[in-house]
Ligand binder design. Structure first.
Ligand code: 13P
Length: 283
């Protein structure tokens, strides 16, 4: 558990905790960034039966000796309700995205109201695959974030640079733009319902995990950007997760970095043994 220096100095603060599928905001005397391990199933698996088995097996890897973390699965809409039933209260099941509009002529879209009506608390926004393949812009992603927060849900905002940008030493600048644009209009008091996932595009699905040092460096930069947008106290409280080819072999060293508060896992979250080991990371 990573203690926020500001909390030591300023006393009480709020922390976001999940209780099953219903995340709650609770007060803590000493704020800490509780580890947050999450899986993003993307366009997988291909059947409800497979989804149920996977969700159940993942949930069974959470035991009394597991780290005290929040665990979430972001799954395709059609599997959300059955996955919730399969995991009981051990982890929360979130959506891979939302439509910023609440109703109307938006064929194929899913609203926050619909998600809330089945008990969904968390949703992703800004994943690089949504940016690149589906053409979601920073403005659209900001509208999603605002809607999710306005509706009382929680958002995991994904950011990260391309390989070309990384090679030109632009990771910090890209993250600054994506953070500033994505979080525009989100108030400091709502940040307890925001998590950031730093996912360098060059590490997603490539097997090329960022070294713990590179990831820590960018996470520290992201925290400094949050301090610039809000203030240091806020920046110290926001959880920043790393995503991009996280495996059982890489998770422990990543989680030992002071500014890495969790992981957003793609491929390895489709294998309950691997994801189970990631949930049971060794700090
Ligand atoms: P991989 O873990 O498959 O690289 O995917 C990361 C990711 O995109 C999670 O959102």
């Amino acid at each position: 558990m990573k203690l926020a220096l500001a909390s030591l100095l300023f006393g009480s603060a709020t922390a976001f905790t999940t209780t099953g599928n219903h995340a709650a905001v609770s007060s803590t005397a000493l704020n800490a960034r509780k580890p947050f391990i999450s899986g993003n199933w993307k366009l997988n698996p291909q059947s409800k039966d497979e989804a149920l088995t996977l969700a159940k097996n993942i949930a069974s890897s959470i035991t009394d000796s597991s780290p005290d973390s929040d665990v979430a699965l972001f799954v395709p809409y059609v599997f959300i309700e059955s996955a919730m039933g399969a995991v009981d209260s051990k982890l929360s099941v979130g959506a891979e995205g939302v439509c910023p509009q609440i109703n109307g002529a938006y064929t194929g879209a899913i609203s926050t109201a619909m998600l809330k009506s089945i008990g969904v608390q968390w949703a992703l926004a800004g994943h690089s695959e949504r940016r690149e393949i589906f053409g979601e812009t920073d403005d659209y992603i900001n509208a999603q974030c605002l809607k999710i927060i306005d509706e009382g849900m929680a958002v995991m905002l994904c950011i990260g640079e391309s390989l070309a940008e990384f090679e030109q030493d632009l990771a910090g600048s890209v993250c600054a733009v994506q953070l500033k644009k994505g979080l525009k209009g989100i108030r400091k008091e709502d940040l307890n319902r925001v998590a950031i996932a730093y996912e360098p595009v060059w590490a997603i699905g490539t097997g090329k995990v960022a070294t713990p040092e590179i990831a820590q460096d960018v996470h520290a930069t992201c925290r400094a950007i949050l301090a610039d947008i809000y203030d240091q106290e806020a920046a110290d409280d926001v959880r920043i997760l790393y995503g991009g080819s996280v495996t059982p072999e890489s998770v422990d060293d990543l989680m030992r970095q002071p500014d890495i508060d969790g992981a957003l896992v793609g491929g390895a979250s489709l294998d309950s043994e691997k994801f189970g080991r990631i949930i049971n990371f060794q700090d």
